[in-house]
Design a protein around this ligand. Structure first.
Ligand SMILES: C[S@@+](CC[C@H](N)C(=O)[O-])C[C@H]1O[C@@H](n2cnc3c(N)ncnc32)[C@H](O)[C@@H]1O
Length: 242
């Protein structure tokens, strides 16, 4: 398991609370962020065990920000980290984080796990995730628990919110404008990955419409005609039909 298998036997007295299968997800999703200093934000400090873990995981010079609603969590701050106290569902608090530390390369929501809070944090912070950055929401099994604002197929749950993001990401391709209109999220969302209890949303590198390639004899030609014929030309004005 690489970094985490090595780190766990060396943990100190600050408690770390994660489901066992999350470490493999971190390896898959976050290893590429280790090469250069990044700006990382984790919501949820609790006993502080993730601070030394992420400090060692990310490159020296990274900006590592941790948030909790409990003022006592400030005591878990260690050199090279910042602990900010506030409510993850408060837009003004989120805006203050963005102002002070943004934009972010990686955002990890391990806070209250209340669906409405997860959605409020996503809405407040996603616009401030950098290109190619990832936004991870943990413990999404609470989307199946009414006590957390979830319940099977409850429209208000985070899992249902994330499923709707999948539709928005594909809204370039719609030819049912009335039923399924183009959504600007398509420009900035290039992947939604569902793991057991973790949803990962990835920011696009490029907000332009996708291009279909035809490749032969080493020559490449690109076209957006497949989108244009579905009456999406208003969205792609000046860029269609190449
Ligand atoms: C699951 S624990 C965090 C675990 C920690 N990330 C770790 O890896 O060990 C959840 C934390 O979220 C905090 N929390 C609960 N509601 C919150 C809210 N509305 N805003 C910010 N933090 C919140 C709790 O105080 C608690 O410390």
């Amino acid at each position: 398991m690489g970094f985490f298998a090595d780190f766990i036997p060396r943990t100190g007295d600050k408690g770390l609370t994660k489901w066992a299968h999350y470490f493999e997800v971190y390896e898959r999703e976050l290893t590429r962020f280790r090469r250069e200093p990044v700006t990382f934000l984790e919501i949820g400090v609790f006993r502080g065990g993730s601070l030394p873990m992420w400090k060692e995981f990310f490159a020296d010079g990274s900006t590592l920000v941790f948030v909790d609603i409990d003022p006592e969590c400030k005591a878990h701050e260690i050199p090279g980290t910042h602990v900010e106290i506030g409510n993850q569902a408060d837009p003004a608090f989120l805006a203050s984080l963005v102002e002070k530390y943004g934009p972010f390369d990686v955002i990890l929501d391990d806070g209250s796990h209340v669906c409405a809070h997860q959605i409020a944090s996503f809405n407040g912070l996603w616009p401030h995730l950098d290109k190619r950055g990832v936004y991870l929401v943990e413990d999404c099994h609470t989307s199946y628990w009414p006590g957390f604002g979830g319940g099977y197929r409850n429209e208000a749950s985070f899992i249902e919110f994330a499923k709707r993001l999948v539709d928005k990401m594909h809204s370039w391709y719609t030819d049912q404008d009335g039923l399924f209109p183009f959504d600007q999220m398509a420009r900035v969302l290039c992947g939604v990955r569902f793991y057991d209890s973790i949803v990962v949303c990835e920011k696009s590198a490029d907000p332009e419409p996708p291009v279909s390639l035809f490749i032969r004899n080493g020559e490449v030609s690109g076209s957006r005609k497949a989108l244009e014929i579905r009456n999406r030309s208003s969205v792609f004005s000046g860029k269609d039909g190449r």
